[in-house]
Ligand binder design. Structure first.
Ligand code: CA
Ligand code: CA
Length: 144
């Protein structure tokens, strides 16, 4: 059974339905995040009341890619492409994401590396959110 209209790029026709093409390559980007006003212990992120300098890292297989930090904000906007992978790899492996406040010596951890599973609906929607009470982040997917 054909798909009418034909499936768009990145999708294949199976039994009359457009499903994700596992071999299609997607770009994973970090979009934006939000950080709690204070650390879990109640202190400010930086000395003398400074706001955090948040960046996010995504690991897939042996590849680790991080955004640059955004200085002094609880609402970082990155809009940075981090890596490319096939739909099959993304759905099989998921993404290991961590979230940090950049400091001169030891970065403060906002969200310790956790595994986010990537579902077919997430790829279709082109967006995935994760995080914890201290901080949240939004990733996006688009076809390469
Ligand atoms: Ca800090
Ligand atoms: Ca700062």
């Amino acid at each position: 059974m054909d798909c009418v209209p034909a499936c768009r790029t990145g999708y294949v026709c199976r039994s009359g339905r457009c499903e994700l093409d596992g071999t299609a390559v997607w770009v994973v980007s970090a979009v934006r995040g939000s950080v709690a006003e204070r650390k879990a212990d109640g202190s400010t992120w930086d000395a003398v009341g400074g706001a955090p300098d948040p960046f996010v890292c995504v690991r897939l297989g042996g590849e680790l890619r991080c955004t640059g930090p955004v200085q002094n904000t609880m609402r970082p906007v990155w809009n940075e492409d981090l890596l490319t992978a096939t739909a099959r790899t993304l759905m099989d492996s998921g993404l290991r994401v961590s979230f940090w406040d950049e400091d001169v010596t030891n970065h403060d951890s906002i969200y310790t590396e956790g595994l986010l599973s990537v579902s077919e609906p997430a790829l279709r929607a082109g967006t995935l959110e994760g995080g914890c009470p201290l901080g949240r982040f939004e990733l996006s997917f688009r076809l390469w």
